[in-house]
Design a protein. Structure first.
Ligand code: ARG
Length: 830
């Protein structure tokens, strides 16, 4: 986890501070001495005053003996104090200490017939029922403990509800003293309304009568909103539109264009009760600013309620996506700067009756409800499979989804019940096969995420329960079948390395079938060097083969930027302005001071790609420079609320000592890997897009690190160094000022899995057995840079991710394995 830089090393000024403190403590102790001591002091003062010259004594006596002067002075002081206090009160204290608190809410009024006129807020019918509801809400709050703070309630929309009755959307405004603002939470405000309904609940129903108004307690939802949401939504706003889709299957076009000055607009969509709304976004041409300037937020309500966000679109959309609501209302909240455009349509659709009987012969596909639309927060599907005979089970092949047995945590991406056993769905970056050893299983799926999530698709087939994989194939933990000959070949064929576990350390067979890991890895493993010949010869492509720009693959593993042109098109030596530091002062690097955990001070220019990421002004994480406007870091640095807002972050570049950056960059956008898992730290990678490119003149003190191709392999003779300004030991309280570096070696994946258990193929472990050198809190997101023996360039092999404590013996640091993300990275930065 990242850490705020609460304390840094003491500077010379810091060192003075404690001395001043002790001086003031000494002064106080003189003042509060005993009564005797005080009397002695007074006596001394009295004696001193007696010794004063006569003229002064007379003057003093004169002043003291005129009582009316004292009275006048006292009165003037009093008047002045009163005036200053009143001014302060009127202009500062009173103004500052009160603020508006805005809430949006909704509830269902049962047993009321919905009239079509309710759709028009100007209609007589709307005004009449809205006034009544408003009166009820007001009296609830005016008789509550927050009566004095309550200002008003505004009924904004009435819609017809498929459960019957009318769904009411309303705003509420409170004026509260700042000191009490924490108390006025949405839970508290909601509880006042719920409690009032609760006391009048009719037996066995969720409806209670509030001053005669039948309110469904289960439908009450109240959320805090921004003042701007309130002002831009209420009646006098220029940019609120209401649209209806009454006939199912008829699409209503929706185009929004922002001219000069940009727009902040709300479009309220409603369809017939019992139907749902599907919004189709054909194109959304915006600037990606992480939802700051340009965004479309889609709500599952008619007011911008945080608890009802279906989806936020903050990136340009070029291929169509669609979103489905859970009822017959939807709010689109557009924020678009100059010259941006939205094109799409919406339609009323029927709720999906998703129950089907599926014969597994022939093979086929199952789809998530509303496919290819995103999955809404509520849905349910049941598939009843049937295979031709009891010896055959059902295999479900997913592209990027896996079913894991449910643990104590809830399911966030789909809840599954397969023959009474509960599983949770998780999105992953690889294929999986879920095998059900039963010939007629019932598979039930329910949407279970608070917002909309990606749709899924699975192909089904039957399989032989007693022999899940064909002869000479191996069954991976991911359910895939891979050829036995692929076991322990150094390639992650199973996608979870289950084919590479329990392998003895590969031995080099210098005959015809050399182990692929040793072939052309830049090191002579066979006595005659036969493992390192013909390395530029073209070969079939795979994850461990270097691919030239032309598309053909060569045997040489670390061909990229090794100063030798290997590809016919020389593409392996193109774009190699990276990973080549020019340290300013070589001598200073080995002063023996122990930092990072067991590290030493770096020198100026030694790690020009190292970045210090400051959140809200304090060091929080590290990062590395990838190009003139992209940095790379760890996803967990940005995973919670404010941490994901790019505006709070600053990237300090070209820095050796904290506070002396050559350049401080603002962040435009943070791209966290879509499969990042905050529980397992899998896919712990993020990219940061800078607002402006750093000045080229800063090179070579600022320079990108080389990005390894997925084929890049690290051997024991590589030098790997972790760098950062993080803590120097597990319970350290002071962060170092100078950038620290420590050499670590890569631990084998099997060993690391043995130590930690949960090590995914996207993780890599590095350390030293004694634990004396390691990364620690504050180093997260920073680089683990490796250099080939005799090589000139450094490659980014790992990103500091997690570990058990810091620097503990036999507990290596865990890093994000960068080679697994090469194409993901390029897909965003190029
Ligand atoms: N997660 C930590 C951070 O936020 C990094 C921990 C690395 N720990 C280790 N033992 N290598 O800074």
């Amino acid at each position: 986890m990242g850490t705020k830089q609460e304390e840094t090393e003491q500077t010379s000024e810091d060192k003075d501070a404690p001395q001043q403190d002790s001086a003031s403590v000494a002064d106080v102790s003189v003042e509060v001495a005993t009564v005797d001591h005080t009397l002695r002091m007074l006596r001394r003062m009295y004696r001193k005053s007696r010794r004063k010259p006569k003229g002064l004594k007379r003057l003093l006596a004169y002043v003291l003996n005129i009582p009316h002067i004292t009275v006048i002075v006292t009165a003037v002081v009093f008047v002045l104090v009163v005036i200053i206090w009143s001014l302060l009160w009127v202009f500062i204290i009173r103004r500052e200490s009160y603020s508006g608190a805005y809430f949006a809410g909704m509830f269902r009024v049962a047993n009321v017939e919905f009239l079509p006129e309710y759709r028009q807020a100007e209609s007589h019918e709307f005004v009449s029922i809205a006034t009544k509801i408003q009166h009820v809400v007001s009296s609830v709050y005016k008789t509550s403990s927050v009566a004095r703070l309550y200002k008003q309630a505004v009924i904004s929309d009435l819609s017809n509800n498929d459960q019957g009755g009318v769904l009411v959307h309303f705003w509420m405004v409170f004026v509260i003293p700042r000191v009490k603002s924490a108390v006025m939470s949405e839970e508290f405000v909601g509880a006042i309304l719920k409690n009032s309904v609760l006391t009048s609940l009719q037996n066995r129903s969720s409806v209670g009568y509030l001053l005669g108004l039948p309110v469904d307690i289960d439908s009450i939802l109240i959320n805090v909103v921004q003042r701007s949401d309130y002002t831009s939504n209420t009646e006098d706003s220029q940019c609120v539109d209401k649209l209806y889709a009454n006939l199912p299957g008829v699409s209503v076009p929706l185009n929004v264009f922002s001219s000069w000055g940009g727009v902040s607009c709300h479009v309220k969509l409603t369809s017939a009760p019992g139907s749902l709304i599907r919004l189709v976004v054909s194109s959304f041409l915006i600037e990606p600013t992480d939802c700051v300037d340009d965004a479309l937020v889609v709500y599952d309500a008619l007011l911008p309620m945080r608890g009802r966000i279906l989806h936020s679109l903050c990136e340009p959309v070029s291929s169509s996506i669609s979103i489905v609501s859970t009822s017959n209302v939807m709010l689109l909240s557009f924020r678009m700067s100059d010259n941006k455009s939205f094109k799409g349509y919406f339609e009323a659709i029927a709720e999906e009756k998703c129950v089907s009987e599926v014969e597994t012969q022939p093979e086929g596909q199952i789809y998530s409800p509303f496919y290819p639309s995103m999955l809404p927060p509520e849905c349910a599907c049941t598939w009843k499979f049937k295979t031709p005979n009891p010896g055959l089970g059902v295999a479900l092949h997913f592209q990027n989804y896996v079913l894991k047995p449910k643990d104590m945590k809830g399911c966030n991406n789909g809840w599954w019940r397969v023959n009474e056993v509960i599983f949770c769905g998780i999105y992953v970056g690889y294929h999986t096969v879920f095998r059900i050893a039963h010939h007629s299983p019932a598979v039930e799926f329910r949407c279970s995420s608070p917002n909309s999530v990606q749709p899924f698709q699975a192909s089904y087939s039957s399989y032989n329960i007693s022999h899940p994989c064909p002869e000479s194939y191996f069954l991976c933990t991911t359910g895939l079948c891979v050829e036995r000959s692929r076991l322990c070949d150094g390639l992650d064929d199973c996608q979870d390395e289950s084919d590479e576990m329990l392998c003895s350390r590969p031995t080099m067979n210098c005959g015809s079938s050399s182990h692929p890991l040793f072939v052309c890895n830049g090191e002579v493993d066979c006595s005659h060097g036969e493992d390192e010949i013909n390395c530029t010869q073209e070969t079939t492509c795979s994850e461990i083969r270097y691919q030239c720009r032309s598309g053909s693959c060569i045997l040489k593993k670390n061909a990229k930027c090794d100063d030798v042109p290997d590809c016919k098109d020389h593409s392996d030596e193109a774009d190699c302005d990276c990973g080549h530091p020019t340290p300013v002062n070589k001598g200073g690097s080995s002063t023996g001071l122990h930092r990072i955990v067991g590290g030493v001070n770096s020198v100026e220019g030694e790690w020009p790609w190292q970045v210090s990421l400051h959140f809200d002004g304090s060091l929080y994480c590290g990062a590395s420079v990838l190009s003139s406007n992209w940095l790379i870091s760890a996803a967990h640095c940005f995973s919670k609320d404010r941490l994901s807002d790019p505006r709070y972050w600053r990237a300090h570049l070209g820095m050796l000592m904290q506070g002396s950056a050559k350049h401080v960059a603002e962040i435009q956008r943070i791209v966290v890997h879509e499969y990042y898992n905050a529980y397992t730290f899998d896919y712990d990678i993020a990219l940061l897009h800078l607002k402006k490119a750093w000045p080229a003149s800063l090179s070579p003190l600022v320079q990108p690190v080389c990005l390894p191709p997925s084929s890049h392999t690290i051997t024991d003779s590589h030098r790997c160094i972790v760098t950062g300004w993080g803590y120097r030991s597990e319970d350290d309280k002071v962060l170092p000022t100078v950038l620290q570096k420590a050499q670590v070696s890569i631990t084998s994946q099997t060993e690391c899995q043995r130590i930690y258990g949960l090590i995914s193929p996207r993780m890599l472990c590095a350390g030293v057995p004694s634990g004396e050198r390691d990364a620690c809190r504050g180093d997260s997101g920073g680089p683990l840079s490796c250099q080939a023996p005799g090589g000139s360039r450094w490659f980014l092999i790992g990103i500091v991710s997690w570990g058990s404590g810091c620097g503990r013996p036999n507990l290596p640091g865990v890093y994000t394995r960068v080679t697994k993300f090469t194409s993901w990275i390029y897909s965003h930065i190029s």
